[in-house]
Design a protein around this ligand. Sequence first.
Ligand code: ATP
Length: 238
Amino acid sequence: MKTKLTYQLLDSTMKEYHRITQSCPGTHQWIIRAKKQKEGKGREDRLWHSPEGGLWLTFDIYCQDFSPSFPLFIAYCLHSLLVELYSLENLKIKWPNDIMWQDKKLGGILCEHNEREQKYVIGLGLNTNIRENTFPKTLNAAVLLSLIGFPTSNKYLLELIISHINKNIHLLSNPNIYIDYINLWLYGKNQFAQAYIGNKVIIGKNIGIAENGTILLMDKEGNIQEINSGSLHFLPET
Ligand code: ATP
């Protein structure tokens, strides 16, 4: 069974998803969409700006095995679909969870794994039909409307995204296929980056993603560090 709910306004689709599934437990598939969110969720509770016009979504995918590269699988699905639909060149995937246009973020992905219920809960935000000046000036956001020159149907795109993920779900048992793809379209490849892991900072050249979904940073001495959590901040080229 699958239920799709669309709200005019929510605090966050993630919060609504959890409220609903707590009161209606069971292996039901939920797709929660809001036309506007007041407190959209990024990672570590960062705010995801969600004005009217964008695609703001939480849905679940049942799968028995835990896959450490699952967020990258979703990024692969979203990236490949957007390229196929809109022939967008230069769309990149920033490890671990963002879709980038040049140095601006077009979309973000948030994945939670629920081991007991053998499911992933996926939050997805895509700046579709929004004018750039709607966002705060300090936000490096790209919008699809400016990139393609026409509005897109969020309702239709939602269906396409979920069916594209379901169609490709078998790739989770063969991650090298989507990891190879991501390495081709990786944001900041061969650039120096800082990785923040808690209070620790690691600096190195971004040499790509390993099959387990970690990103590899090589320091000036040639030592390679595997980063499996945190955020990357790219350093200006000297
Ligand atoms: P970073 O933004 O430093 O790469 P991150 O990718 O881990 O970190 P997320 O938690 O995925 O960040 O997303 C939240 C961040 O994304 C916010 O702190 C803000 O900088 C940016 N952001 C929030 N809303 C939007 C939006 N609609 N479009 C583009 N960027 C946004």
